[in-house]
Design a protein around this ligand. Structure first.
Ligand code: MG
Length: 380
């Protein structure tokens, strides 16, 4: 290419660039939140099932939230309750009467600012409990807006680490009329047929002999190369948690979840020090401050924030980063696309909890592809 040709080609490229200004995204301008809408979601009663302390599957419901903007983008999120008939109505009232007036007019591209404003507005009755269900759903809807405005799935905005997530099936519940464990066995066989390489079962509802029977069956069905996690749902005191934990450990289980009530921080530290089996907990903790307390006391090996309770994307990712800073593993409590977008961005994430039939490749769920959180109905 001589100088004349070089000049011409450069000029052509420059002209082309002038005719094609860089694409702008809605995030380059200020966006305003214009509306917050909610729907109560009721689910028909399913088959009753039990963990050590709860009856689940009968009274279930939730709230769907939509946050609208002047950019024409709507953010979606939903929150659910497995057993509290009044919970969704309370969360809806908080969203409609307390969250909405605070966030109208704010720019959704500033989720930490919005969180700060909401904490100030709601701290009088406490940033925890059902209030945090409302704030967490709000934050997830806001991140759905941010991802849609940027045109990418949120895990790519958060700093993606992988594009597939190992998943385990929460399948081994207690069922009515199941003394011979046939219903329990079927649930685990189905999970392995569905392609899971790890399952979780409930323990602690009855005596240790019953636990041993359930655990042995699960370990036998799993065979070599598949894992069994146990969940005691807060049922034990410190002595019993240790006594049974030693047995579960010797049987080769992968983790021992929520043996005691979540506020027993010292008890968790003691147990984690005395047992080699991974201690998993966190699904009933609210905000990074509770997790920081647990983690600083060395009370967990696997940190399990729940994105309805712990916080939405903003708070959840901070919890995940604190855990990473302490060299701890991370697993979501619950599944779905909101959890996937967050887990995929964390190198210390080891599992997503889920159940039932999922699209899986070698025991792993592929990343969502839709821009945003994929929390809008129908998003993939
Ligand atoms: Mg649990």
């Amino acid at each position: 290419m001589n100088r004349r040709q070089l000049f011409q080609s450069t000029a052509v490229a420059a002209a082309a660039a002038m005719q094609m200004p860089a694409a702008t995204t809605p995030l380059q301008k200020q966006i305003r939140i214009t509306a917050l809408e909610t729907d109560l979601v009721t689910r028909p009663p399913g088959e009753p099932h039990y963990d050590a302390i709860h009856k689940l599957g009968v009274d279930q419901g939730g709230v769907t939230i939509r946050i609208k903007t002047d950019a024409g983008i709507t953010g979606w999120a939903s929150t659910s309750f497995g057993m509290v008939p009044g919970g969704p109505k309370v969360v809806r009232a908080i969203l409609e009467e307390e969250v909405k007036p605070v966030i109208l007019g704010l720019d959704p591209a500033f989720p930490r600012k919005i969180r700060s404003e909401l904490w100030k507005a709601l701290e009088y009755h406490g940033v925890g409990g059902v209030v945090h269900f409302a704030l967490s759903a709000t934050d997830i809807a806001i991140w759905d807006i941010i991802g849609k405005a940027a045109g990418v799935p949120v895990y790519k905005l958060l700093g993606a680490y992988r594009d597939r997530m190992p998943a385990y099936s929460m399948c081994g519940w207690y069922y009515d009329n199941d003394k011979d464990l046939s219903r329990y066995r079927k649930s685990m066989e189905t999970a392995f047929e569905q392609g899971y390489k790890a399952i979780k079962i409930k323990v602690g509802r009855y005596d240790l002999d019953d636990d041993i029977r359930r655990v042995r069956l699960a370990i036998d069905l799993a065979g070599k190369g598949r894992r069994v996690m146990l969940d005691a749902n807060q049922i034990f005191n410190r002595n019993e948690a240790l006594r049974r934990g030693r047995v579960y450990q010797d049987m080769g289980c992968f983790w021992y979840e929520e043996p005691m009530p979540p506020h027993e921080m010292d008890g968790y530290a003691e147990l984690a020090a005395k047992l080699d089996i991974r201690i998993a907990t966190g699904e009933n903790l609210y905000t990074k401050y509770a997790f920081a307390d647990l983690i600083a006391r060395k009370g967990a090996d696997v940190v399990q924030p729940d994105n309805r309770r712990a916080g939405g994307v903003t708070e959840w990712m901070e919890i995940a980063a604190i855990a990473d800073g302490y060299g701890l593993e991370l697993a979501s409590h619950g599944g779905g696309s909101a959890n996937m977008n967050m887990l995929l961005a964390m190198p210390n994430a080891i599992y997503m909890e889920t159940s039932g039939k999922q699209r899986m490749i070698d025991g792993e769920v592929p990343a969502p592809t839709a821009p945003g959180m994929s929390t809008e109905p129908g998003a993939k």
